[in-house]
Design a protein around this ligand. Structure first.
Ligand SMILES: Cc1cc2nc3c(=O)[nH]c(=O)nc-3n(C[C@H](O)[C@H](O)[C@H](O)COP(=O)(O)O)c2cc1C
Length: 172
């Protein structure tokens, strides 16, 4: 599959099977995140793998959007490593970097037949408190991942409509 076909076939999976993710596949997913570009190669990501019953239960207290996934990747930014943009004082690229890392992992997972859904419907302060994260580690998003359940399907309202390129792209 070429990349565009892969991207077009991906959808947010919100129903997962119990089948565990194989170690080699998880390693590939994490490796895809590791090679993502980050500002000045700062690599400010910190990825927590939540897969114990206890950790998944904690994730479930933060949001309804865990959807019974066997693994949740809690993608955080280490603010002490994030790049502060010299051209724009006060602007840090940390969250942007973590989003690229997360996107790489999402797409590698899909290439391996493993579904995921990007989740930001939670409170970052609450997440940090729930998992006792250090002060410099800030949750950015959750990525529940796992093999899609047999009944998994794209959400009819959310997945299929995309704004036309004429609306979202403009040549200046
Ligand atoms: C920043 C961001 C936050 C999101 N938060 C949630 C969420 O909290 N719960 C959820 O079920 N889906 C969430 N989604 C998934 C989107 O709803 C989904 O990507 C979008 O509707 C397009 O559907 P598709 O991914 O199936 O193509 C989020 C996606 C992004 C990029």
């Amino acid at each position: 599959m070429d990349f565009l076909e892969l991207a077009e076939s991906r959808y947010s999976v919100r129903s997962f099977s119990d089948k565990p993710i194989e170690r080699e596949k998880m390693d590939k997913i994490l490796r895809a995140g590791q090679v993502a570009p980050t500002a000045i190669n700062s690599q400010p990501q910190k990825i927590y793998i939540l897969k114990s019953k206890e950790a998944l239960a904690k994730a479930g207290t933060l949001t309804k959007s865990v959807y019974g996934a066997p693994v949740v990747l809690m993608c955080c930014v280490d603010t002490s490593r994030a790049c502060n943009c010299a051209a724009e004082p006060g602007y840090s690229t940390g969250e942007m970097d973590v989003c690229i890392v997360c996107t790489h992992m999402m797409m590698e997972a899909w290439d391996l037949g493993i579904g995921s859904v990007w989740v930001r419907g939670f409170n970052a302060d609450q997440a940090a408190k729930t998992f006792g994260l250090p002060e410099n580690i800030r949750p950015v998003c959750l990525l529940p991942i796992g093999y899609p359940a047999e009944n998994a399907a794209p959400n009819a309202q959310k997945h299929f409509s995309r704004r036309p390129l004429e609306d979202t792209v403009e040549e200046l």
